[in-house]
Design a protein around this ligand. Structure first.
Ligand code: DX5
Length: 221
């Protein structure tokens, strides 16, 4: 099934960080919808990655949007700094909020920033259903967050189908993004589930050129 409106959002977690400018410019040039920046705090997930400064540097060289994926505890404490750095979308995890999901959603929207809520593989759609009317995006993790290069968990795509059904039934307009393990070999199953966007790390940034990998993914749509 060809779906040319389906979007690829490369994740820089897998990029050659010593040549990051070249890598993201290539991704943009060869059709990336936006760049996904995986922020990890060493608590919500074991690794530590990027801060607001990197986002502001990337913002200077990119025309496409930047989505900041907050894999952090207490994300409400991070939203201002990443918004000021230029994040176009702030995605936080349902499993990571201390205070209130609704409050965090409101705070992000009050910054005139788009808001996404991410759910881990073992979190069901029912747990976030009440937030859906207020969200710009939902990210369905198709791997356990914290590492690139994992295998896509096919059963998570059932959650995408459920989110599509709810969106249609309630006439909502959130975008559905999946994140983790996307390859040209499985991208058709992702499209079939009804997702709008796929975050792709190691299938874009690896020992092949970004041009080759982007063309390979986009030609598989
Ligand atoms: C995992 C990150 C993903 C990851 C995707 O915690 O959220 O964005 O970088 O990498 P691949 O595409 O290699 O699974």
């Amino acid at each position: 099934m060809k779906n040319k409106s389906f979007k690829i959002a490369p994740s820089i977690l897998a990029a050659d960080l010593l040549n990051l400018e070249k890598e993201v410019i290539q991704a943009q040039k060869f059709g990336a919808y936006r760049i996904s920046v995986d922020v990890m705090d060493g608590n919500f997930v074991p690794d530590i990655t990027f801060g607001p400064n990197l986002v502001s540097q990337l913002k200077k060289i990119l025309d496409i949007d930047i989505e900041v994926h907050l894999m952090v505890n207490n994300p409400e404490s991070k939203i201002n700094s990443f918004n000021q750095a230029g994040a176009d979308v702030l995605t936080f995890h349902y499993e990571s909020v201390n205070d209130s999901i609704e409050k965090t959603i409101t705070e992000i929207k009050n910054l005139n920033c788009r808001v996404g809520l991410a759910i881990n593989p073992d979190t069901e759609v029912d747990e976030i259903q009440k937030y859906l009317p207020d969200l710009d995006e939902v990210t369905v993790m198709t791997v356990v967050p914290g590492k690139g290069g994992q295998k896509l968990i096919q059963s998570c795509l059932l959650k995408v189908e459920k989110l599509v059904e709810i969106r249609t039934k309630l006439n909502l307009n959130y975008l559905i993004q999946i994140d983790g393990g996307v390859k040209k070999e499985n991208i058709q199953s992702v499209i079939k589930s009804g997702a709008d966007i796929a975050v792709a790390g190691t299938s874009v940034f690896n020992n092949e050129s970004v041009e080759y990998n982007m063309k390979s993914l986009l030609n598989s749509l």
